[in-house]
Design a protein around this ligand. Structure first.
Ligand code: GCW
Length: 714
């Protein structure tokens, strides 16, 4: 307490010490607050000579400390805190502290904010106001973002409120520190030393998330261990919740369906068994005693070997509603995943979630939200949007994106995910006619839902740069920003991120954004062009293995997904095939019924096409495939050259990491191209189109590669 007072006094007189200059190792993410150019620095100082804040809550202390750190870093002068609003002040305010605010905060909710330049008793001030301290904190981060990116600060009039209620990270972190599909080192949760030892990284994590509006985190893997629900682990989770709370971030847990049996010897986990329901109720009560604002449960049930209500001949709704009843008195929610496919179901894997869930529409309790992956298979470089979006109007659906790049080059490929997020969010479901975008399904506006959400599988680990590479940080950033506003463009977000992460200098931002914006399409080209999917190596999903055909279940094998044979390539999902297209609204299904009206980027997802059939360009499918592999490799070459040209403008450490990773990416893009061509050519038996290089090695060489210790593989 005394220490806090002392800090506050020091802050008041404006002599907070600057941290020593550190190497740019990526730890500071997009919150670097590097010294601004002189005119920009002057501008910032001119609008932030002092700071007046509403009270001294933990959240407000975080907000003012962030401003002092940011402004101090950018300008060299740390503004003092002042109880009086002075000329050129930053005035942080809530209606609770200042009842007669000169801006209206209606419609901004608990988390939104207004930023306005105004005259107050003859003094020019910048007001940052929110209905809660959390809203103010979000506004502070917005103002700092403007300041860092060199935007004009003299006539601000901004109102912003999140379109989606739950904006969560999902950590697939195991209790032993391994992160499933994690490529940034071990888990940042040090479960062993919690709750006693709380390193500073937890607060830094919360700060980074708050800066982009993320308001919740699921701490443990959806492939959950019951241990997370034992008393010692609840205390550990509570310690994290205490750290995250002032940042406006709630804690959630993934639960294992059979926890009542494993932990307390119950005879069954049947959701309709009163003893089971009572166990969960008692467990929820216990959690809320330790974490009063606990968010709720995330559940992976009856999927990939996980137990679930179907083991007792009950539905997903039976299961979700039983848990929901346990959480309801405390205001908690259940996020029930729709990522289900059964090893004993012979139907097209892409159809199974819809088949299971669509009939349950309207049967879920009002504190249940169904969490649906962006596509119907599994986080591929490209997938058409999941047909459940728009198909369950009576049920709130939340989006699940994967920020960690299981299938997109893991930590070393630069494949910015903004365009993937945008493509999915802007897809039109036609659920209520034109304009029924996925964004409007998940923000609740399409069907009038108030419970709304979006989750991103985190790419965060104990690596110094958090995400396994500097450019992977952009995916975390983009997820948060697009969760706040799902209509933001990937391009606009990339611009922000590049300016904050490297420099607002156009000579940096423009080329960096160009690299980023083309990068995902490049990965699609060199990995899975024309709508191909799931041709990655078994288990680790690193690198190409389209030849794999001998695994136990059909849908574990890449050959199941591409179906290449002497006649052609692609998965027939039309009437003559699995008829998955019938799961989409009629205008879409109609378009997808014929190759000629199917978007070419999804062609082989929906159709089995003859090798010699023609693409829009006039070339054959085989030639077009080869050209796309080549185009992907070429784009990576261009990205490398662009990056090399930026050497004088980027700090050495981050420059070198990216340069090395791009070298790896180029080598692997060639590997992807060559291995894929070698394999598909062995099937089509056609010659390569004129000018295309033969693969560097025979097919058997590619088949012989193995990666026993590839990271992230459970
Ligand atoms: O993407 C796949 C992954 C699994 C993961 C599963 C899921 C957590 O390969 O590692 O398990 O999806 O989303 O449940």
């Amino acid at each position: 307490m005394l220490a806090r007072l002392f800090c506050r006094m020091i802050a008041m007189i404006g002599i907070v010490a600057m941290p020593p200059a550190m190497a740019e190792d990526g730890y500071d993410l997009w919150l670097r607050y590097a010294p601004a150019q002189p005119t920009a620095a002057q501008q910032i100082s001119a609008h932030a000579r002092t700071i007046t804040a509403p009270g001294n809550s933990a959240t407000i202390q975080i907000a003012t400390a962030e401003l002092q750190r940011g402004i101090g870093g950018m300008t060299g002068t740390t503004p003092a805190l002042s109880d009086m609003i002075q000329q050129d002040a930053l005035w942080l305010a809530t209606p609770a502290a200042s009842p007669a605010l000169p801006v209206k905060l209606e419609g901004l909710g608990r988390e939104g904010y207004a930023i306005r330049t105004l005259m107050l008793d003859g003094k020019a001030v910048t007001l940052i106001a929110g209905n809660s301290d959390t809203g103010v904190l979000h506004g502070v981060f917005h103002w700092l973002r403007l300041a860092q990116s060199g935007a004009a600060l003299d006539r601000l009039d901004i109102r912003s409120t999140p379109r989606i209620g739950l904006r969560l990270l999902n950590h697939w972190d195991n209790l032993d520190g391994m992160v499933e599909r994690g490529y940034a080192g071990q888990s940042i949760w040090d479960w062993w030393r919690l709750p006693d030892y709380k390193g500073s990284r937890y607060a830094d994590y919360a700060r980074a998330n708050a800066s982009i509006g993320i308001n919740g985190t699921v701490l443990n893997n959806v492939n959950a261990k019951a241990t997370s629900l034992t008393a010692p682990y609840i205390v550990k989770a509570a310690a994290l919740a205490d750290i995250f709370r002032p940042y406006g971030i709630k804690v959630y847990l993934s639960v294992k369906w059979t926890a009542p049996m494993e932990l307390d010897g119950l005879k069954s986990a049947d959701p309709l068994d009163p003893a089971v329901a009572a166990w969960w109720k008692a467990k929820a009560d216990e959690i809320y005693r330790a974490i009063p604002d606990f968010g709720g449960f995330l559940v992976k049930a009856n999927s990939e070997g996980q137990p679930g209500p179907q083991d007792y001949k009950r539905t997903h709704a039976d299961g979700a509603n039983m848990l929901a009843a346990a959480l309801k008195p405390h205001g908690g929610i259940v996020m029930w995943r729709a990522f289900v496919y059964a090893h004993d179901n012979p139907d097209d894997r892409a159809k199974q979630a819809y088949t299971d869930f669509k009939p349950l529409d309207g049967q879920f309790a009002d504190n249940v939200i169904v969490q649906v992956k962006n596509g119907a298979i599994d986080f591929q470089p490209r997938e058409p949007f999941h047909p459940l979006f728009g198909a369950m109007p009576k049920t709130p659906l939340m989006m699940e994106f994967q920020i960690t790049k299981e299938y997109l080059g893991q930590s070393t490929h630069l494949t910015y995910l903004g365009p993937l997020f945008e493509e999915t969010l802007q897809s039109d479901t036609f659920a209520h006619g034109k304009g029924s975008t996925v964004a409007r399904v998940i923000d609740g506006s399409l069907d009038g839902h108030r419970l709304t959400g979006i989750a991103g599988v985190a790419n965060i680990g104990a690596d110094r740069d958090w995400s396994g590479s500097i450019f992977n940080q952009a995916d975390w950033y983009a997820f948060g920003r697009m969760a706040w506003n799902p209509d933001l463009t990937a391009d606009a977000v990339a611009r922000e991120w590049a300016a904050l992460t490297f420099s607002p200098d156009k000579a940096v931002v423009d080329p960096v954004v160009t690299m980023m914006m083309g990068s995902r399409e490049a990965a699609v080209d060199y990995m899975t062009p024309l709508g191909l999917a799931h041709v990655m190596g078994t288990g680790h999903h690193y690198g190409p293995a389209p030849w794999v055909s001998e695994l136990g279940r059909p849908e574990w094998n890449p050959v199941y997904y591409h179906k290449a044979d002497a006649s052609g390539i692609g998965f027939d999902r039309t009437k003559s095939g699995s008829n998955a297209i019938a799961q989409y609204a009629p205008p879409i299904a109609k378009r997808l019924a014929k190759p000629g009206t199917t978007p070419e980027r999804d062609l082989l997802w929906f159709h089995h096409i003859g090798w010699d059939d023609r693409l829009a360009s006039g070339e054959t499918v085989w030639d077009g495939l080869v050209h796309r592999y080549d185009r992907g490799v070429a784009t990576v070459g261009t990205m490398r050259a662009t990056w090399d040209s930026l050497r004088p403008l980027i700090d050495p450490e981050r420059f070198a990491q990216t340069q090395t990773f791009l070298t790896i990416q180029q080598r692997e893009a060639v590997w992807w191209r060559d291995a894929s061509i070698a394999y598909f050519q062995s099937i089509t038996k056609r010659p390569l189109p004129a000018g295309a290089a033969a693969p560097a090695h025979p097919l058997d060489w590619y088949k012989a590669q193995s990666f026993p210790y590839a990271p992230g593989n459970p």
